[in-house]
Design a protein around this ligand. Structure first.
Ligand SMILES: Cc1ncc(COP(=O)(O)O)c(C=O)c1O
Length: 392
C-alpha cells in the first residue's frame, strides 16, 4: 500500500508479478485463477503471445505521432470495426469514460446542427454506470459518484432516469427536449442486468418515431464478452452509436465510438479530438484483439463455457441458497446473486485462489478471459462449490 496514491480504491492487499493466460502469480509463488480480467479488460488472458507479438513489433517501429497525421494502424482498426458492426465511422479515445463523454457531445451536436436546439436531454437507466468524468457521473446512477462533484447538488443536468425494462414509463418521459436514449445492453457495475428480450428493439422503434438517437454503452459487454462481437447483436438491432473500451485493447488502454454517417456529419476538424486517441501502439494491439475475438471458435468458447458455468452454478445453488441464490448473464459476463455479503464471498474465493469482481445489488461478477479452457472453468466451479460449503 502506498501513502502517495489518492485513495480512490479500497485496495486488496495483493499484488502480482506476472500473468499467463487466465492465471496471475504473486512473488510468493501463489497463483490465482483470474475471473476478473482487470474488470473485463484482459479479454485474451495475460501475456497472450499474439498480443505480445503485435505490441513488440509495433513498439520497435513507432508508438505515437498524434492525430495531426495519418495513422495507418488506426485506419485499419476503424475499417475492421466498421466491417464488423453497424457503423460507418469511428472515433478513438483512451477509456470508457472518454467514450461516454464523446457520445453525449455527439448526440447533442447532431441535433444542434440540424437546428433542433431544444434536443439536449438524454434518457438513462437506473443502476447505470458510464464512467467517472463529470458527464459520466451525471449519466450514471450512483449518488456516491456524484456527491460534491457537480456544479449543483442533485442536478439532473440533462439526464432523465428511468427504470430498466419499463417501456411505457420511458415513453412517458420523451418530449421535444429528448436527444437520445443511452444505456448498457447488459449493465456491468449495476449487477449484470441483462436488458429484456425485445427491449432494444422497442427502443429502436421509439427512437425512429421520435427522431432521437439510440446510443449503447458496450464498454463492458462488448468485444466478444457475451459470445457475439457486440452485445447488441443479441437483439438483432442497429444502434446509432456505440461506446467501446476495456476489452478493445486486451489490456492496452484504448476507447472508441462507433457511429453512423448521419451523426459523423456534424463533426468538423477541431470540434472534437484526443491527443493519444488511436495512436499506433494502441491500434496495433487492438487490431490483434479484434482479429482474435472475431474468430468463430473463440465466440463459441464464450457461449459454451458461459452455459457450462451457469449450469454448474445453478446445480450448486439448487442444493442450498443460503450463500448464493441465482446466476444470470450472457456468455462470459455472469452475475451470481449472493445471500451473504458479496464481499465476503469474494474474499473467501480469493483465499482459495479465484478472483472475481463485486457489483451492485450484492452480486459477484465472473468475467474470465474469453479464451479460458473447460478445465479452468471447472476449477472455478470447484472453488465456488468449496466456498459456498464453507460459508453455509
Ligand atoms: C459500462 C461502462 N461504461 C463506462 C465505463 C468507464 O470506463 P473507464 O473506466 O475506462 O473510463 C465502465 C467501466 O467500468 C463501464 O463498465
Amino acid at each position: 500500500m502506498s501513502n502517495y496514491l489518492l485513495s480512490t480504491y479500497s485496495r486488496i492487499n495483493l499484488s502480482f508479478t506476472h500473468g499467463k493466460g487466465a492465471w496471475l502469480f504473486t512473488n510468493n509463488k501463489k497463483k490465482y485463477l483470474d475471473f476478473a480480467s482487470g474488470i473485463a479488460v484482459s479479454c485474451l488472458g495475460h501475456s497472450n503471445p499474439i498480443l505480445l507479438k503485435a505490441l513488440k513489433s509495433q513498439s520497435e517501429k513507432l508508438w505515437h505521432t498524434s492525430n495531426l497525421y495519418n495513422i495507418k494502424e488506426q485506419e485499419r482498426l476503424a475499417q475492421e470495426l466498421c466491417n464488423k458492426s453497424f457503423a460507418d465511422k469511428v472515433f478513438f479515445c483512451n477509456s470508457g469514460a472518454e467514450a461516454t463523454e464523446g457520445l453525449i457531445k455527439l448526440a447533442r451536436k447532431y441535433h444542434h446542427i440540424k437546428g433542433d436546439f431544444l434536443k439536449k436531454n438524454i434518457i438513462v437507466l437506473d443502476n447505470a454506470f458510464h464512467g467517472r468524468t463529470i458527464t459520466g457521473i451525471q449519466a450514471g446512477s450512483n449518488s456516491l459518484h456524484k456527491e460534491g462533484f457537480l456544479a449543483k447538488e442533485n442536478c439532473s443536468c440533462g439526464f432523465i432516469r428511468v427504470p430498466l425494462g419499463d417501456i411505457e414509463y420511458l415513453k412517458s418521459k420523451i418530449n421535444i427536449n429528448t436527444a437520445a436514449i443511452f444505456f448498457e445492453p447488459i449493465q456491468g457495475e449495476g449487477g449484470i442486468n441483462v436488458c429484456p428480450k425485445n427491449y432494444l428493439n422497442q427502443i429502436r422503434k421509439i427512437c425512429n418515431q421520435n427522431n432521437i438517437l439510440m446510443i449503447l454503452d458496450e464498454v463492458q459487454c462488448g468485444i466478444g464478452r457475451t459470445g457475439k462481437v457486440f452485445a447488441y447483436e443479441w437483439w438483432n438491432v442497429k444502434p446509432d452509436m456505440v461506446g467501446l473500451a476495456k476489452g478493445l485493447g486486451g489490456g492496452f488502454p484504448i476507447g472508441a465510438i462507433l457511429l453512423k454517417n448521419k451523426i459523423a456529419k456534424c463533426i468538423t476538424p477541431g470540434s472534437h479530438g484526443s491527443t493519444f486517441g488511436g495512436n499506433q501502439l494502441a491500434c496495433a494491439v487492438s487490431l490483434a484483439v479484434m482479429k482474435e475475438i472475431s474468430k468463430k471458435k473463440l465466440l463459441k468458447n464464450v457461449l459454451n463455457l458461459g452455459i457450462f458455468l451457469e449450469k454448474k452454478i445453478n446445480k450448486i445453488l439448487s442444493n442450498n441458497t443460503s450463500v448464493i441464490t441465482e446466476v444470470f448473464g450472457k456468455g462470459l459476463m455472469l452475475g451470481v446473486k449472493c445471500s451473504v455479503p458479496n464481499s465476503d464471498l469474494a474474499k473467501i474465493l480469493r483465499k482459495k485462489g479465484l478472483l472475481v469482481v463485486p457489483a451492485s445489488n450484492n452480486v459477484i461478477r465472473l468475467l474470465p478471459p474469453l479464451n479460458i479452457t473447460k478445465k479452468e472453468a471447472q476449477k472455478a466451479i470447484d472453488i465456488i462449490n468449496e466456498a459456498v460449503n464453507d460459508l453455509k
